[in-house]
Structures are given as structure tokens and as C-alpha cells.
Design a binder for this molecule. Sequence first.
Ligand code: G
Ligand code: G
Ligand code: MN
Ligand code: NA
Length: 250
Amino acid sequence: RLIANDLWQAVGRNELELHYQVQKAVDTGQTLGYEVLLRWHHPVRGTIPPSDFIPIAEECGAILPIGEWVLREACREAVSWDSSHKIAVNLSPVQLGNADVADLVHRVLQETGLDPRRLELEITESTIIGDKERALETLRRIKAFGVTIAIDDFGTGYSSLETLRAFPFDKIKLDRSFMSEVESSPEAKAIIRAILALGHTLRVPVLAEGVETRNQLDILLDEGCDEAQGYFLGRPMPIERIRAARQASE
Ligand code: G
Ligand code: G
Ligand code: MN
Ligand code: NA
């Protein structure tokens, strides 16, 4: 439980860092926004990936102060950009299950002055497996500010279609496992095609995650996918490198 104790201290000790990964339009290559990805630089254990510490933070409750810090930092950073690019922040199920999260989002928007339309919250299907009514109510409140909601890792959980029907999503993020198989598996390609058709029927853009090659991006263009994210388009990078890249392109 050592690590849980350390997690409670991580914000105050300045051990957390945000990395940013670009999200682009498939057809024009235009930058649309950035997903914010958390990193923890532990003084003894070194850098710990979120897959290792987020579950622990969720279990012990430290995800609440950590998630608040992530949201505030990300919004502050986005305000400093002289552009309409969006900022996409992952929201944990534990945060969504917390009654105050809509108030928190409202407060951070007020404090930072970020245009709410530039904030997107990414939630996974597992996020809403708990108390659906309450999650739905919270999402409605958040959406009323003008903030958009993306469903993350789509296609991996169960009851995907039911989730899509019941929840007010603004974007579908196709899980990266489909990209890794798109060139070798006709089934993966067929599923991508079906999800694109579904998204477009619901008038919701689809973003493909985990795009690592030119060829994968070409397939997405052929299939009419709206947006993409992945190492081929840009790795998650610390803010200094994002700022430098943004300046060079302006
Ligand atoms: O950054 P990858 O680098 O390893 O991220 C792994 C997982 O951790 C992803 O599923 C991502 O959604 C999640 N994650 C990254 N940053 C955050 C965060 O700030 N909050 C939450 N809740 N999850 C995050
Ligand atoms: O929110 P989520 O589960 O989708 O987090 C994105 C995760 O995927 C992060 O761990 C990020 O570092 C990772 N990632 C981003 N782009 C790529 C990619 O092109 N390939 C692979 N394998 N992982 C990626
Ligand atoms: Mn995500
Ligand atoms: Na994802």
C-alpha cells in the first residue's frame, strides 16, 4: 500500500506531468486537438505509466485530487493557445460517480476562462456500468455547459450499442486494437466499417486510435473515418515539445 500513500502526495510534490497527443482530421491532416495523458515521476520507482497507477488511484480515492489537477492544468494550458484546438481529458469512472464532478468542471471553466466548447471529456464504457441514471444526469449537466463527451476505447467493452443509444456522446473513439489488426484481419476492417456507418448514421464523428503507419491512415481515408490519433501522427509529448511544434507551425 506504499504506492497508494505516495499517490496521495503526488500532486503536492509536483510529481505528475501531462503529456499531450495530437488528434487530426483524416482528410485534411488538420490538427483538431490534443488528448492529455498523465505521467507520474515517482522519486524512487521512476516514471510509472497510468495503466499501473490509475487503478490504484481509483481504488484509494486519490484519483479525485489527481483528476482535478489534470483538468485544471489542461484547461489552463489550452487557454494559453491562440487557437480553437480542443483539449481532451480522460475522466475516470470514480470521478463520474462523484456527485461534484459537474460542479468541478464548471468551476475550472470559470477559473481558467476556457471556452467550454474546447473541452472534451473522454469516458470509457466501463465508466457508466455503475449507476447509469446518475452518470447520465451528470453527463447532461456537463454537456449543458457546452463541453463535449467522447466514448473512449469503443468496441472493447460489452453492451456498446446500448451505451451508444442511451448516452449523449459527441464522438466515438475506436479502440486501438482495431488499428493493429486492420491490415491483417478482414474482420477487424469490417467492424471498423460498421462502426463508421453507425457513427455517421448517428451524426457522431469517429476517431481511430493507435494509427502507427501511413498505410493505416490511408485505409482510414478510404473508409471515410473522420479523425485519427497515434504514433504516426504524433507521440504523446511533454508540453515544451508541443509548444515548440505549435510555434513552428504557426
Ligand atoms: O498514456 P497511456 O499512455 O499509457 O495511457 C494509458 C491509459 O491511462 C489510457 O487508457 C488512458 O485513458 C489512461 N489515462 C491517461 N491519463 C489519464 C488521466 O489523466 N485520467 C484518467 N482517468 N485516465 C488516464
Ligand atoms: O485513453 P487511452 O486508452 O486510449 O490512452 C491512449 C494510450 O495509447 C496511451 O497509453 C498512449 O500512450 C497510447 N498510444 C497512443 N498512440 C499509440 C499508438 O499509435 N500505438 C500504441 N500502441 N499506443 C498508442
Ligand atoms: Mn483516452
Ligand atoms: Na483510448
